[in-house]
Ligand binder design. Structure first.
Ligand SMILES: *Cc1c(COP(=O)(O)O)cnc(C)c1O
Length: 465
């Protein structure tokens, strides 16, 4: 690959970034002291930075580049659409071909009768839509008092006021007075960290039954919906026990509340099926989509709703929408992305061939002395770092200290793996080859070795009491 050097030296780019660019989820002063990493180009699963270093991107950007980098067809689809119709809205009795074609394509891929898409430009916007959508649905059905949405602690549903309120991230809630009204949270199905001596399946059932307890506590006539990620992503790739989702489904059915599956990460092949709702046997009324919908090549998200919800919603004027709902360029790019994922059999191959191969390599990391568990479903996996394998102990040091040390060794050794507290997570592009999976596992093991040594040298291999 030729290296493009038509940019300023890294130090100058870093100085300008520090001077003018505020970063999401970042302590600015700390970052500016260290100097930011400048990514300049990417191809397949490989990123290149401004110094010419190459890294295997085991995170697919932010869980989104399912198709991998460098597919010219998507660039061409965007250019074609920009020349023909760069923008038009879908308000006021108008539509355009890309929005029509994409909503039809989504309906053909989603399971059950999830046949209708309300477009947004991100997962956060789509979940904000969902809050207003479910409340409007119940008001139209003559039950306006059904306003409460129940979610889980350590869930991630986005960063706007509404979606962050749905989320269960305490540091987010602490900034900006969240959650907003009528959103409640129950415990998460995170057996490794919270299951103690319980059997994982028993624990899964117990956590699901917290939904029933919460509904009874709040009043069943006031509850509108439950929202959950089939597998929690940003919370640390928490794969729930098998017992969990069927029990959640039973409770939603029993009380007749709407079930929202947030498939922003899980959708479009990530878990080995087109949608995780299929992998887990969840039958949602509403699905949130974004990220893999366009493989991150253009911003787009949406709420996909079932026939009955669409029918009720269509019975009123839903006073909601974004200037860029169904943006034609994003729709054209998403459509081309889905065409390729589908026609090249990428989702199918990821589920049937790559996932089992990666599973073997990933689960072998559980043999490392620093690793308490290694879990994976499809192409999303996590490992828990621990100072004491047998007891699944947390570190005595501040949460995230070991994780950050490990992440730094990953980066230094050509692997982008993210840390969530002291869990390391991966979500590589679906097109990753077996050779690249080998490389991923080798580099991960090496980073674990180096992190282990550093933690020992610094006296940090101590369990929290
Ligand atoms: C990333 C994410 C979101 C938010 O999507 P944005 O496009 O960042 O607004 C919502 N839900 C889940 C499960 C996510 O992982």
């Amino acid at each position: 690959m030729t290296m493009i050097t038509n940019h300023m030296p890294t130090a100058e780019l870093q100085a300008l970034d520090a001077a003018h660019h505020l970063h999401p989820f970042t302590h600015g002063h700390d970052l500016n002291k260290k100097g930011v990493r400048v990514i300049t180009r990417a191809n397949g699963v490989t990123l290149t930075d401004s110094d010419g270093n190459e890294m295997l991107d085991a995170m697919a950007g932010l869980w989104c580049v399912n198709l991998g980098y460098g597919r010219d067809e998507l660039a061409e689809a965007a250019a074609r659409q920009m020349k023909e119709l760069p923008y038009y809205n879908t308000f006021f009795q108008t539509t355009h071909v890309p929005a029509i074609a994409l909503s039809e394509k989504i309906a053909s891929l989603t399971p059950y009768d999830l046949n209708h898409t309300f477009f947004a430009s991100s997962g956060s916007e789509a979940n904000d839509t969902n809050i207003r959508l479910v409340r409007t649905y119940w008001a139209e059905k003559g039950q306006p008092e059904r306003k409460i949405i129940i979610s889980r602690m350590n869930a991630y549903h986005g960063s706007s006021m509404g979606s962050a309120s749905l989320g269960g991230m305490v540091p987010m809630h602490e900034q900006g007075d969240m959650p907003i009204e009528n959103i409640h949270h129950i415990g998460q199905p995170h057996w490794y960290a919270e299951g103690g001596d319980m059997d994982p399946e028993e624990f899964g059932l117990m956590r699901a039954r917290e939904l029933e307890e919460k509904i009874e506590e709040l009043g069943p006539e006031k509850v509108a919906a439950f929202i959950g990620e089939p597998i929690q992503g940003a919370g640390g790739v928490i794969i729930p026990p098998k017992s969990y989702w069927p029990e959640i489904q039973r409770i939603c059915d029993k009380y007749g509340i709407l079930l929202i599956a947030d498939e922003v990460i899980c959708g479009f092949g990530r878990t080995g099926d087109w949608f995780a709702s299929e992998s887990f046997g969840i039958k949602p009324h509403i699905m949130t989509i974004a990220k893999g919908l366009s493989s991150g090549y253009a911003p787009i998200g949406g709420s996909v709703v079932c026939d009955e919800v669409a029918d009720v919603l269509n019975g009123c004027e839903f006073s909601h929408g974004y200037t860029y709902s169904g943006h034609p360029v994003s729709c054209a790019v998403a459509l081309e992305n889905l065409r390729i994922l589908d026609e090249e059999g990428i989702v199918e191959r990821a589920g049937k061939e790559t996932a089992p191969y990666l599973k073997g390599k990933w689960e072998a990391l559980a043999d490392h002395p620093l690793v308490g568990e290694a879990k994976i479903q499809g192409l999303m996996g996590s490992i828990a770092l621990t100072p004491h394998k047998e007891s699944r102990a947390a570190f005595a040091a501040d949460k995230g200290t070991a994780g950050l040390i490990c992440r730094e060794h990953c980066f230094a050794n050509g692997l982008v793996m993210r840390h969530v507290g002291d869990r390391m997570v991966i979500s590589p592009p679906l097109v990753i080859t077996k050779d690249e999976v080998d490389m991923l596992a080798d580099r991960a093991w090496k980073a674990l070795d180096l992190a282990h040594k550093q933690l020992e040298d610094e006296g940090l291999m101590k369990a929290a009491s």
